[in-house]
Design a protein around this ligand. Structure first.
Ligand SMILES: [Fe+2]
Length: 329
């Protein structure tokens, strides 16, 4: 395997970091779970602990893998057949279609109607979809795990290893055509190149810890330095949330899967606290009359009460429930 670690400044490839020197602190190694071991194999020769300490949430990583290691997850002919039949438009989350950086609006691709039971239903516009495909469009489809069980297994592995909500998407794209315009995502992205070749531009420009609706938007800076990577079948590309990127297919057809990992944040803890804080009579208590004159004291009292609420088992249960719901465990 060839390893290419990406320079955080985006100034080009640099040698992979050496395994961390743990001679100062000798601790017995904690055995990896099955899911962690599966991901350790994917990021190898970077070790799992090195990936967690040096890359996760910090900087991009490109690993060249064996050409056939992801090939069985899905194949481009089957994916194209499903797209031409309109199947991805039946899923809860509709697919996205792009042509050279332009996102085709959903209403151009589906007709909505009321079915016999009075429910809203949708019917994909197959001729329009096929015409766009002939022009070289990219299709980013969700929910394809039901057709490709290997993708479902991969999603479970990521979800267990990161204890986080994960979503798998397939990207079918065609030679010489760019899919999405330069953008960043609010989740960490793992790209698995299944078939064909794709050229990626990973920018040094990064938005700090964005979540949907907060922490952005930020204009793309096309003058920022970037790393130029050609993904081949079996390659992995990782980049943290907030990293600007764009890609163009180099082969007649390119198929990659992304595993988007929505890692828990402090904001999530705050939301879980919001769900449980109202159970505390100390938090439902009236503010002191003097709160307007001494807001600092009142804030300190609130912090004391929030700390108490954080220590309640109800909070731990609410937070665990939030993560479990989102990760689909
Ligand atoms: Fe993206």
């Amino acid at each position: 395997m060839n390893l290419l670690a990406l320079d955080p400044a985006g100034l080009g490839p640099v040698e992979a970091a050496m395994p961390p020197d743990d001679s100062a602190v000798r601790r017995p190694p904690v055995p990896l779970t099955t899911a962690e071991q599966a991901l350790a194999n994917i990021v190898s020769p970077v070790t799992w602990s090195q990936f967690l300490s040096d890359y996760l949430g910090r900087r991009p990583l490109h690993v060249s893998g064996e050409a056939d290691c992801f090939a069985s997850l899905a194949d481009p002919a089957a994916v194209r057949e499903l797209i031409e039949a309109g199947v991805p438009w039946q899923f809860r989350r509709m697919p996205e279609m792009y042509l050279d950086g332009y996102r085709v609006p959903h209403e151009d691709l589906v007709d909505t109607y009321t079915d016999m039971d009075g429910r809203e239903a949708r019917r994909p516009r197959l001729r329009r979809i096929r015409r766009l495909l002939e022009k070289g469009a990219t299709v980013n489809a969700f929910g394809q795990e039901s057709h490709f069980p290997g993708l479902a297994a991969m999603r479970r592995v990521f979800s267990e290893a990161f204890h986080a909500e994960c979503e798998v998407a397939t990207f079918y794209s065609q030679q010489g055509h760019q899919g999405l315009a330069p953008h960043y995502d609010c989740v960490d992205i793992f790209v698995l190149q299944l078939h064909g070749h794709k050229r990626w531009f990973v920018s040094s420009q990064r938005v700090d810890s964005p979540v949907v609706g907060h922490g952005g938007p930020t204009q793309y800076d096309d003058q920022a330095s970037h790393t130029d990577i050609v993904l081949e079948p079996g390659d992995l590309l990782y980049f943290p949330r907030g990293t600007f990127h764009q890609a163009v297919a180099l082969s007649e057809q390119s198929l990659h899967a992304t595993i988007a990992v929505k890692r828990p944040t402090y904001l999530d803890m705050l939301m879980a606290l919001g769900q449980t804080a109202a159970e505390s009579d100390r938090i439902r208590h009236d503010l002191p009359l003097a709160h307007a004159r001494a807001p600092r004291d009142t804030k300190d009292q609130l912090l004391d009460r929030l700390r108490e609420a954080l220590d309640q088992p109800g909070f731990d249960e609410a937070f665990e429930r939030l993560l479990t719901l989102r990760s689909g465990h």
